[in-house]
Design a protein around this ligand. Structure first.
Ligand code: G3I
Length: 299
């Protein structure tokens, strides 16, 4: 393949990018996006604060724009994210207990229903585990509604959109460590009890090196019977070897279904000081781009 998307497709995978509708008027941005990627994820437009700014008043305009752009070009869409402790609307931040639980599950139902049939995979729950050595859940208003909030969210999402793959997504889970093992144990438990989980997303916001057990970590999750995806890839200074290593790992794990980079050009990145993406601010291909493309092409 001569582009990231076509090369990944030849390997049965997608290669996607996080996008923002506020850049859709930028022709350099759109040229790169439309040429290179065959999957999109909204960087912000499907989050709770955007989609339900006031309780029970939904705003799907920008999410719909991304979905319709993707569909018109044959790109798949990842949905990000139904429930997260961050980027909640103020009204939800101020809720607790059963009122919050009910509001959260109504949010899952309404959003997943609106986009039903159009989303390849939903990040149903994002970043619910704590950093550090404990391997347990993160404290949050959602967690304080009861430890079963995650499985209830997955069951609710499945009922609303039975065709979407349902993922758990997190960061600092890119090697075998206490946090990733906590998530591994949750996924194993969900699979044993029939909680509908289909995939695990590894954000992979990386420094300039990749954990030595990166591929082994993907493999141990896929051995539980879920797909795995690299969902928010960016690497400090766009280290080309590190980008190649991540790409190679995904290709080596049969249930790794795709890679998404968290933005198009360095200037579009949430960590733009690190120049972590595959294209410079003028839309030119960087060295890491060649490393990824060559790896996808088997070089
Ligand atoms: O839209 C407003 C704009 O009107 C205002 O002028 C501007 C002033 O600061 O803020 C704009 O909103 C910002 C938004 O990005 C769009 O640029 C928010 O303040 C800012 O908080 C928000 O940051 C996003 C961040 O999630 C929020 O937590 C980043 O774009 C986004 O890249 C980042 O993505 C997360 C993933 O969802 C989950 N994993 C980690 C990843 C990186 O933090």
């Amino acid at each position: 393949g001569t582009t990231l998307g076509t090369a990944a497709a030849e390997k049965g995978r997608y290669f996607g990018a996080a996008v923002g509708t506020y850049k859709f008027g930028d022709s350099t941005y759109m040229t790169v996006l439309n040429r290179e990627f065959n999957s999109l994820v909204p960087e912000n437009e499907m989050k709770w604060d955007h989609t339900e700014p006031n309780q029970s008043q939904f705003n799907f305009g920008n999410g719909d724009r991304i979905v319709s752009h993707a569909r018109s070009r044959g790109m798949s869409v990842r949905g990000h994210t139904l429930l997260w402790h961050a980027q909640q609307p103020p009204w939800a931040q101020n809720m607790s207990g059963s009122a919050l639980r009910n509001a959260a599950m109504n949010h899952v139902t309404q959003v997943a229903t609106h986009f039903r049939g159009q989303i390849y995979a939903w990040d149903v729950v994002n970043e619910a585990f704590a950093d550090g050595g404990g391997g347990g859940r993160r404290d949050s208003n959602l967690q304080r509604t009861g430890n079963d909030w995650i499985e209830v969210a997955f069951r609710t999402a499945r009922a609303a959109d039975p065709l979407a793959k349902l993922c758990y997504n997190d960061y600092n889970t890119d090697g075998i460590n206490a946090k990733s093992t906590g998530i591994y144990n949750m996924v194993r438990d969900f699979k044993s009890r029939g909680v509908p989980i289909d995939c695990v997303g590894f954000q992979s916001h990386l420094g300039s090196s990749v954990p030595g057990d990166y591929q082994a970590n993907l493999q141990r999750f896929s051995d539980l019977g879920v797909d795995v995806q690299i969902t928010e890839l960016d690497i400090a200074q766009a280290n080309a070897n590190a980008y190649a290593t991540v790409t190679r790992a995904c290709l080596a794990v049969s249930r790794c279904t795709g890679i998404t980079v968290w933005g198009v050009r360095d200037c579009d990145s949430w960590r733009s000081g690190d120049n972590p993406l595959l294209f410079d601010c003028s839309g030119n291909k960087k060295a890491a781009y060649g490393a990824v493309l060559d790896t996808l092409n088997g070089g």
